[in-house]
Design a protein around this ligand. Sequence first.
Ligand code: GLU
Length: 491
Amino acid sequence: MNTTIRTRFAPSPTGFLHLGSLRTALYCFLFTRKHNGTFILRIEDTDQERQVPGATEVIYDTLRDCGIHWDEGPDVGGPAAPYIQSERKDSYLPYARQLIETGHAYYCFCTKEDLALRRRQAEAHGETWKYDKHCLRLPNEEIQAKLRAGTPYVIRQNTPVTGESDFDDLVYGHIAAPNETLDDMVLIKADGMPTYNFANVIDDNSMGITHVIRGMEYLSSTPKYNLLYRALGWEIPQYIHLPNVMRDNQHKLSKRDGDAYYSDFIQKGYLTEALINYLALVGWNPGNEREFFTMEELIEAFSVSGLSKSPAIFDLNKLTWFNAEYIRRLPFEDYLSRATPWFDQALLGKGIDYRRLAELMQGRTEVFNRIPDMVRFLGKMPDFDKELYLNKKQKSTQDSLMPSLKLARDILIPLSPWTEDKIHDALMAGIKEAGLKNGTVLWPLRVAISGQASTPGGAIEIAWLLGKDETLLRLNAAIEDLEKQEERKNP
Ligand code: GLU
C-alpha cells in the first residue's frame, strides 16, 4: 500500500466502553500501526440526547489503559481538528446545501404526525415503510415560502429509485443493494445537527480517512454513504466491517449480565493485558495456533485476511483462562500489591501474612474477585461437612481420624519457634514414628483447621499462616466436636 493509511475510531460518548467497541478500536489501531499509518480518535456526539457526562474521559482512559494510542484526536489536536463532532457542527450544512443544489438531497417538512400516519397506512397495505419522497415533489415556490416562514425542516438524501449500489468490503466481500430498497435518510436534523449517517461521511472525507473500520451494523447503510461520496465527488474509502461480539450465537453481551463493558471486567479483577490479548482473538485468527501476544506482537501479526465475518463469540471461560495465565506471569510484587485489596476484603485486621499468602495464591488466582472467598477461612473458621475428613486416596478413614488429629496436636503443642520448616519436620518425624501415611494425618489436619476441600497450600502452610494459637484452637475445637458426635452416637 503506497498511500499513507489513515483510520479513525469514532465512539459516541454514551457511557462505558463496550467490549465490541473496544475490539473495533483495537483492530483499527493494530491495522494502522502495522501499516505505519495515522490513527485518529473522533468523538461522535451529534446525538445530544444520548450523551452521558464524563463518557468522553472514560473513552480516553480506557484506550490509554489498553495501550491504544491515537495520533490525532480531541486532546492531542492534529491537522483535521476539531475532532469532536459537535465542534464541527457548522461544517455540515454547506455540504447538505450543495447536495440539494445537485439534486442529491432535499428539504423535508413532514411532521412526525404526518410520517406516523403515512407509515400506518403503508403498513396497513402490507408494505414496509420508507420515506415516500413526498417533499421531493413540492414545487420550488412552496419550499421557499416554507423556508421563509421558518417552518421546521430536515434535509434528506435523495436516493435513486433504479439501479444498484455496490462495494467491496474487506471482510464481508461484495455487497450490493438495489437502490429502490434504500431509504431517503435524514442528513440534517430539525435542530440543524447532522445525523451520524451524514457526519461520518463528511468527517471521514475531511479527515482523509482511507480505511473505515467499524461494526457490521453499518454495513447495510454503507451503499447510501457511498452515494453521498459520489455525489460530492469524493473518493470512497476502503471498508472493514466487523462482526458483532456475542456471548453465544443468540445473545449479545449485555449490561444486565455485567459482561458488556471494559470496566465490568476490570472491576472484577481481570487484567487489561489478558483482556486485550483475548479480545484480539475474538474475530481474528493469526493463522496459526499461537495464543499469547503482547501489543507489539499483535501489531506484527495482525492482518485483515485473518478477520472473520461469522459472529465472534466471547467465551468468558477462555478469557478467564487467559487471565489466570497472565496473573501467573505477573512479577510477584505486582501480584502482591494487586491482591492486597482483595485479601483485605476477607482478612483485614486478621493478622495474616499477606506476602506468604500471595506466594500460595498467585498460581491459583484466576480472577482477583475470587480471592476473598478463597481465603476467608483464614480469618474465621467456617462450618463444614464432616464427610470432608474422609478421603480414600489419602487413607483418611473414620478409624484413623481421631488418632490422627490427636497425634498432630501432640506434635504441634510443644513446637517453638513456629516456622514452616519446624512444623514440617516435626509432623513428618511424628507421622513416620507412628508408622502412618502422610495423608492419613495431613489431610484431616488441614480439614480441621481450614474446613475446606482445597486450600492455597497444604496443612503445613495453613498452620503457619494461622499461627500457633489459632491452629491449636481450631484443632482442639475439631477434636471436641468429633468427641461430642461420638458420644451422641454411643451414649
Ligand atoms: N459513532 C458510531 C458508533 O459509536 C461510530 C460508527 C463508525 O465507526 O462509523 O457506533
